[in-house]
Design a protein around this ligand. Structure first.
Ligand code: NAP
Length: 333
C-alpha cells in the first residue's frame, strides 16, 4: 500500500505532498485509516528542527483519529473498524523499568510520532496497538483529535497539582491553553487566564476562566501578585518569568509545558516564597484512558476549525504566526 501525506522535505520548508510505503504490520501493530489530525505548535517546532531531533522528509501530526483498517496477528483488544486515537507516542518496549512503572513516556525505545516515524498528516499510519486509544462514542472525531496532545498535556499536570480549592493560572490561550482553561474549571478551580491577546478575553471567560489578565499590562500583572497556587505555562516561546513568580502565593508551583529555548528564573523571589518550577511531558498510556473518559464526562471540547488535509501547509503557517485561540484540525474526506 502507499500512504499519501504532507511532508516537510527540509527544515522550515512549506509542507508538500509526499508518498511512502509503510513497513509491514508487526504482530502488535495496527493500521489506522486517518480521518482527522490536529495541528499542534510542536509540529512547527519539529518542522523547523527547533529541538535538533528532526529528520526529513518529516511528516508532522500527532493528534490522530481514525478507524482501524488492519490488525497484526497478536492484537486482540481492538477490532477492525473501531475508532481510535494516537498522540505523541506511537510505541515503546512495554518491558523496561520505566514501562513497568507505568512511565512508558520515558521508555528508551519510545517511538515519538513524527520524530522516529512518519506522523498523521497522512491518509493512514501503522502504530503499536498499545498506543492507540478507543475514542468515547459520544465524542466527535474532530473534538477528540486535539485532546490526544493538547488535552493530555494539560490534563495530566492539572490532575497532579490542583484541587477544587486551588487558584490556578493558565499562561497562553492557544491550542493547549484553551483546553487547560476547561480542565481547570472542571476540576473546580478558580481560574485566571494570562494572555498577550486582549481580544481573547471573552473567549477565555466562555471556556472557563473566572479572570482574564492582559500579560502585557504591568498593572494587571501586579493586581494578581501573590494570589495563585498553581500556574500552567503553555506558551511556545521564552517568557519573562519574574511577574509570574510574583503572581504565585508562597509555596506555589509553576509547571511549564510550552517549549521555549531557555527558562531563566530570578532566584530571590523563588527562594523567599519557597516556590517550585516543574514541567510535564505529554502523558502515559493510563493517563490517556483517564483523560478521554474525564473529557467525555465533563464535555471538554476544544474549539476547532476543520480544514481539508490538503491545506496542511497553510494550517502550519497559521499556527506559526497567528497566536490562534483554537485548534486547526485537518480532515481526510
Ligand atoms: P499555540 O496554539 O501556538 O499557542 C501558544 C500560545 O502562546 C499563543 O496562542 C499565545 O497565546 C502564546 N504566545 C505565543 N507566543 C508568545 C510570546 N512570544 N510571548 C507570549 N505568549 C506567546 O501552541 P500550542 O499548540 O498550544 O503549543 C504550545 C507549546 O506547548 C508549544 O511549545 C508546544 O511544543 C508545547 N507542547 C508541549 C507538550 C509537552 O508535552 N510538554 C505537548 C504539546 C505541546 P496568547 O495570545 O493568549 O498570549
Amino acid at each position: 500500500m502507499t500512504i499519501s501525506c504532507q511532508a516537510a522535505m527540509e527544515s522550515a520548508k512549506p509542507l508538500e505532498p509526499f508518498n511512502y510505503e509503510p513497513k509491514d504490520l508487526g504482530p502488535k501493530d495496527i493500521e489506522i485509516a486517518i480521518t482527522h489530525c490536529g495541528v499542534c505548535h510542536t509540529d512547527v517546532h519539529l518542522i523547523d528542527n527547533d529541538w535538533g531531533i528532526s529528520s526529513y522528509p518529516l511528516v508532522p501530526g500527532h493528534e490522530i483519529v481514525g478507524t482501524i483498517a488492519a490488525l497484526g496477528s497478536e492484537v486482540t483488544h481492538l477490532e477492525a473498524g473501531q475508532r481510535v486515537g494516537v498522540g505523541g507516542q506511537a510505541g515503546a518496549c512495554c518491558e523496561c523499568e520505566q514501562c513497568e512503572k507505568g512511565q512508558d513516556i520515558f521508555c528508551g525505545s519510545s517511538i515519538y510520532t513524527a520524530v522516529h516515524d512518519f506522523g498523521g498528516f497522512a491518509t493512514a499510519i501503522h502504530v503499536d496497538s498499545r498506543f492507540a486509544f478507543p475514542i468515547p462514542e459520544s465524542m466527535a472525531s474532530e473534538i477528540a483529535a486535539p485532546l490526544l496532545c493538547a488535552g493530555i498535556t494539560t490534563f495530566v499536570p492539572l490532575r497532579k497539582y490542583v484541587n477544587s480549592t486551588s487558584k490556578v493560572g493558565v499562561i497562553g490561550v492557544g491550542g493547549l491553553g484553551h483546553v487547560a482553561l476547561q480542565y481547570a474549571n472542571a476540576f473546580g478551580c478558580e481560574v485566571t487566564a494570562f494572555s498577550t491577546s486582549p481580544d481573547k478575553s471573552d473567549e477565555a471567560i466562555a471556556l472557563g476562566a473566572h479572570h482574564f489578565v492582559n500579560s502585557k499590562d504591568p498593572a494587571q500583572m501586579e493586581a494578581v501578585a501573590g494570589k495563585l497556587d498553581f500556574i500552567l505555562s503553555t506558551v511556545s516561546a521564552d517568557l519573562e518569568w519574574g511577574p509570574y513568580l510574583g503572581a504565585l502565593a508562597p509555596n506555589g508551583t509553576i509547571c511549564v509545558v510550552g517549549v521555549g529555548e531557555t527558562i531563566t528564573i530570578p532566584a530571590v523571589p523563588l527562594i523567599f516564597g519557597q516556590k517550585t518550577i516543574t514541567s510535564s511531558l505529554i502523558g502515559n498510556r493510563s493517563d490517556f484512558k483517564e483523560m478521554l473518559a474525564f473529557s467525555a464526562m465533563h464535555n471538554i471540547a476544544p474549539r476547532v476549525e476543520v480544514v481539508p488535509m490538503s491545506q496542511a501547509a497553510d494550517a502550519i503557517n497559521q499556527v506559526r504566526t497567528a497566536r490562534l485561540g483554537h485548534r486547526i484540525v485537518l480532515e481526510n474526506k
